[in-house]
Design a protein around this ligand. Structure first.
Ligand code: HEM
Length: 266
């Protein structure tokens, strides 16, 4: 497919929350990416709901929540099961990325680059009235890349510190004992940071900003109205000649924009 992101007519896209008759959509995410996001969303929410009340166990609302969820033993069990779900998802994603890197090389549209720094500066200058135009983005804007990498390092930190808390006797066989309270402090602190970032940064950018309020269904349907894709990711949809068609490592057929591109990987 030559177009930047695969275009689909509404009639092909089906009913329900889908597009209005005759309106063109682009395929932004593959079904597998939609599934990964859903697993991440459910496991993270469950981990936050079962973890945060443990951190603030002295609060009445935490004690009420823990009782409502079946008591502290049940809450810890659920936390451990969901932790394995999240760790499994992280592992599968890492293996998939490694396989893609072997096949397509290390270039990826998700790597941050100099252009992202330029876009950030232009965005800030625009907000301050020093620039007339907002930056134009390709498949992923600097904000989207930042969120993706925040999830990657956040999951790595939570996973590593969480495993130390799960298996303290194994950890202290190789590391000094102080690593356990240190892991607890880092795990709890990073959990609060992650929850606040999701509630404020992610919710605003993904659902609450004026352009998509009250919610953006794209990560659940995989499809984005073409008119919106042209506004938010114009460089991905540039006509052939200005951009070269590539086979997407995401599984979708995408165009790698002239800048910041390379064989496209997520
Ligand atoms: C990624 C894998 C994770 C693992 C292996 C893990 C494991 C653990 C373990 C073993 C504990 C000690 C209490 C208990 O036994 O249940 C714990 C506590 C906790 N977890 Fe997780 N967890 C993970 C992810 C998360 C996530 C994503 C969040 C929140 C967004 C979270 C929030 C918390 C909090 C707030 C505590 C209490 C810390 C404290 O007492 O200061 N965890 N976790």
């Amino acid at each position: 497919m030559r177009a930047g992101i695969a275009e689909r007519a509404a009639s092909r896209a089906g009913a329900g929350a889908g597009p209005a008759e005759g309106q063109a959509y682009v395929q932004r995410f593959t079904r597998w990416q939609v599934v990964q996001h859903a697993v991440l969303m459910v496991s993270f929410t469950g981990l936050a709901l079962t973890g945060i009340p443990q951190k603030y166990a002295q609060l009445a609302i935490s004690r009420w929540l823990i009782e409502a969820m079946g008591g502290i033993d049940r809450v810890r069990e659920v936390h451990h099961v969901l932790a394995y779900v999240l760790l499994g998802l992280g592992l599968v994603h890492a293996l998939e990325m490694a396989a893609r890197a072997t096949r397509y090389g290390l270039r990826s549209q998700m790597w941050p680059g100099v252009q992202d720094a330029r876009d950030l500066l232009q965005q800030l200058r625009y907000f301050m009235g020093l620039e007339h135009e907002e930056p134009r983005f390709g498949r992923y804007s600097f904000k989207e890349k930042f969120e993706y990498w925040a999830v990657v390092w956040g999951t790595a930190v939570m996973g590593l510190t969480g495993l130390i808390l799960l298996y303290p006797e194994v950890a202290t066989r190789y590391l000094p004992g102080v690593v356990v309270p240190a892991a607890r402090a880092a795990h709890g602190g990073e959990a609060v940071l992650a929850v606040v970032a999701i509630l404020i940064w992610h919710m605003y950018n993904a659902h609450l900003r004026a352009e998509v309020f009250p919610m953006d269904p794209v990560i659940f349907t995989g499809r984005m109205p073409r008119e919106r894709a042209l506004r938010e990711h114009p460089l991905e949809l540039e006509p052939p000649g200005r951009a070269s068609a590539q086979t997407s490592a995401t599984g979708a057929s995408v165009t790698s924009p002239g800048r910041g591109g390379g064989p496209s990987t997520p």
